[in-house]
Design a protein around this ligand. Structure first.
Ligand code: M6R
Length: 613
């Protein structure tokens, strides 16, 4: 979603800001803008552009301004007001001496706008953000400092914000504030950076502080001071950024999504590396070891997440129930707080999120906190809000995921839940032998993934046949039912083809009515304990002339007599099979979208990290 970058130092801020915005492009946006103050402090400039950052960059190249070493920049994903230059950030006051970029939503903006309009302030955009600028300006006009004016303005607003403000009247500082929308300050030598995502800082600095809700920061080139909204100074811990520049570049791949699909050989390995205690048939997860006993004694395990992470939660439900014997419930985070969820201090809640910034998941966490459940985070992004809000948790170690369609984070989430199942299972009834079998199978996965990736050309050829399909149906049973949902989600989000995932047996209760010779049906049918039943479902589709693509076991020769296309993959134990069966589905969606000429890494309307509810 929206992205923020800020710079203050001695270098020219413009290329740093543009480069920072490019690093945040993956989050999804519709317009971009930059606001700077010239080094002689006489001029301010704002430049905005609809569409890609590259268009903004072209405009900025023609900018005639004395060097600027302070500036803020933004990529906007429209919430209030259509995508347009007027609605793009930075927003500014009447004499353009004050600039502001903002992520989040100001909920009471209509009432503030009415009051400000009455006081003579003129609005030029349809955004909620513009009220913040004029509100801050109204306090500046009464003689308050920039910091104080931001504090006073924020005490009047309801909603969420991550914001940066600069002013010609105090041109040596950026004021930064956060409530519900992530921000990080990068610490350099005689320079500081601000960003909504550490990716914008990589290559500039490896030291940062994460800003928490309710904190306001005054950032100059030499120092930063963090205080609470009531002006109490807060001391911050400095964190190291471990991500390297090459991890966030596309390398030789045409798209991040393809790179990330191929990276699964290593990312799956990284997710279990150093976490297996083979002799004891258990796992060692530093983030939850000290409370593993408490988790094992939980009355219930509740998993909450959105999108692909929710699908990982559904697979985890099968794993955890099978190996720990504890009842499991999986909730859409976006629905959790609109019920009256029965969660108590005897329950353990897992919040699953690649980005660790999903607003719905954070909101579910806040609701769970009130009910005293143990709160555990399963995140990919180190230092993210969900990771920091959790009492304990496990990082999935998939590495930076840039493609909007989540791929390697999903398989790594499943690896982590397999490890948690073993760790908690061994504290309950799981035998040493069974624990060891799971761990040995986990260790064999990277080689099997390598084997599946060799099917890329075959899958691309199958994709070619279905570029013009209008619908897809995905079917799976047991552990592979959530994979059917995930395969359908991948197809929908990047190829814009309608796709639905169903438990295979549910098909006859409704969706079977859709099947004719124009309906491609993808059936996940490895040779496991539900294989015979899935074959019956295949027969039902065949009888209605549906076109069947099967994801099948490599030694299954009979299935070729029943289906139109088969993609043969290696086997593993049932609980780990989703880590393998999902990969052909990721590749299929990828190739269909590429053949349709679509923007695979930044599909329309979508954002990588959904930071509004
Ligand atoms: O960062 P999160 O895992 O919390 O994100 C949740 C969903 O927004 C995300 O999985 C989304 O569904 C992806 N676009 C799926 O590919």
């Amino acid at each position: 979603m929206c992205g923020i970058v800020g710079y203050i130092g001695e270098k020219n801020s413009i290329p740093i800001l543009i480069e920072g915005l490019k690093r945040l492009e993956y989050r999804g946006y519709d317009s971009a803008g930059i606001g700077i103050i010239s080094n002689d402090k006489k001029e301010t400039r704002v430049i905005k552009s609809l569409g890609k950052v590259s268009k903004l960059e072209e405009k900025v190249e023609h900018l005639v301004i004395d060097n600027s070493s302070i500036g803020i920049a933004h990529t906007r994903w429209a919430t209030h007001g259509e995508p347009s230059e007027a609605n793009a950030h930075p927003h500014f006051n009447k004499d353009e001496s004050l600039y502001l970029v903002h992520n989040g939503i100001i909920e009471n903006y209509t009432e503030i706008k009415a009051k400000l309009t009455k006081d003579g302030f003129e609005f030029v955009s349809q955004t909620d953000t513009e009220v913040l600028v004029h509100l801050i300006d109204s306090f500046l006009a009464k003689g308050s400092s920039l910091l104080k004016s931001v504090q006073l303005a924020l005490s009047e607003v309801r909603g969420t914000y991550g914001l940066c403000a600069i002013s010609k009247t105090e041109p040596d500082k950026i004021i930064v504030a956060r409530k519900g929308s992530p921000l990080v300050v990068g610490i350099g030598d005689g320079e500081h950076f601000v960003a909504s995502d550490v990716n914008a800082l990589i290559g500039h600095t490896s030291r940062c502080v994460y800003i928490e809700d309710g904190e306001i920061v005054e950032v100059t080139k030499d120092k930063f001071t963090v205080s609470s909204i009531d002006n109490e100074e807060i001391l911050k811990e400095v964190h190291e950024i471990s991500v390297e520049l090459d991890e966030i570049s596309k390398g030789d791949y045409p798209h991040y999504m393809l790179k990330e699909i191929y990276e699964q050989v290593n990312s799956v390995h990284d997710s279990f590396r150093g976490r297996i205690l083979m002799d004891e048939g258990t796992a060692k997860l530093d983030g939850i070891d000290r409370i593993a006993e408490r988790i094992a004694n939980s009355k219930r395990l509740v998993l909450s997440a959105c999108g692909t992470s929710w699908h990982a939660g559904l697979v985890a439900e099968y794993m955890l129930e099978q190996f720990t014997g504890i009842p499991v419930e999986v909730d859409y985070a976006s629905e959790f707080r609109y019920r009256n969820p029965i969660v108590t201090k005897e329950d353990s809640m897992f919040f699953i999120s690649q980005s660790g910034e999903t607003a719905d998941t954070l909101a579910a966490m806040k609701e769970a906190k009130r009910r005293d459940a143990l709160m555990l985070g399963i995140c990919n992004v180190v230092g993210s809000s969900i990771a920091r809000e959790s009492e304990a948790g496990v990082y999935v170690h998939a590495g930076p995921e840039i493609g909007v369609a989540s791929t390697k984070a999903f398989t790594s989430q499943l690896v982590v839940f397999a490890l948690i199942s073993v760790l908690i299972g061994r504290k309950r009834h799981l035998s040493l032998i069974d624990g060891q079998e799971i761990l040995r199978e986990l260790e064999s996965l990277p080689k099997k993934i390598e084997q599946i990736l060799k099917l890329n050309n075959q899958i691309e050829a199958i994709a070619e046949k279905f570029v013009n399909a209008k619908n897809f149906l995905y079917l799976g049973r047991g552990y592979n039912f959530p994979v059917a949902l995930e395969g359908a989600l991948k197809m929908k989000e990047i190829s814009y083809i309608h796709a639905e995932g169903y438990p295979a047996a549910e098909m006859k209760h409704g969706p079977i009515a859709l099947i004719d010779e124009n309906m491609p049906v993808i059936v996940i049918a490895p040779k496991d304990s539900v294989y015979e039943k899935v074959i019956t479902n295949i027969e039902e589709v065949k009888a209605r002339k549906g076109v069947i693509i099967a994801i099948a076991s490599e030694n299954d020769n009979e299935i070729d007599n029943l289906v139109d296309y088969s993609i043969k993959i290696p086997d593993t134990i049932r609980m780990l099979m989703p880590i393998l069966t999902v990969i052909p589905l990721q590749l299929l969606a990828y190739h269909v979208a590429v053949k349709k000429g679509l923007n695979v890494d930044q599909p329309r309307n979508l954002a990588k990290s959904v930071t509004v509810e």
